[in-house]
Write a protein that binds this ligand. Sequence first.
Ligand code: ZN
Ligand code: FE
Length: 257
Amino acid sequence: MQVYRLSALSDNYIFLLHDPQYNVAAVVDPAEATPVLQHLETLDAQLVKIFNTHHHWDHVGGNQQLIQHFPNVCVYGGKQDRGRIPGQQVFLEEGDEVEFADRIGNILFIPGHTKAHIAYYFPSPQRDVPGELFCGDTLFAGGCGRLFEGTPAQMVDSLSKLRSLPDSTRVWCAHEYTLKNLQFALSVDGNNPDLQTRYAQVRAARQRLEATVPSQIGIERLTNPFLRWEQPALQSAVKSQESVQTFARLRGMKDRF
Ligand code: ZN
Ligand code: FE
């Protein structure tokens, strides 16, 4: 399974999964159809699946047009997104599986950003091949999504699931927010040497107009303040000694950053 990252809208990423053996493709969160159709043409591949993480327009905006081009495409999304995802045919919940190419994807229910948000996690099939995590707007490189429909406790639960994945797991998040996220991270965790190193790397990458996605779970665990609610430095930055409260206060500060 080959993963291609396509840029869309102002700062969204769409992920195109390609199965070279049968020359078919699946797409994760098509914000818009045009970049997907163009890349499918380059590959000369048929689109067979749309995997949506949640119902926001910048994740499902291309569904309808892709369905028009590929009437047999199957549209997947969270069970609780029924009625909110254009063309949805499969209603997924925690523990369900999806198939693509030679890989099986596990569904993780990760509410918080929205009440129905899911992730698609394709575990490593063999040594030297990383697992792939498509986590929409829940976990970002250096940050996390805003809480539109969920509580801090739900988001802590959801992020706990994601941070327990193997360190080598590639994190395909749906926006290029990394530099801004790490600027906030430094404001609350400035003595973290891993964070300082990462910030310098990301700043240089963005100056070269390079993408910072995918990230990896291992680096997120070391540097992302929204996975580090039990770290003393972060607890003292927000004057709390409790995980959910620490997370909630960090999220509130980031909303105003
Ligand atoms: Zn969203
Ligand atoms: Fe989004």
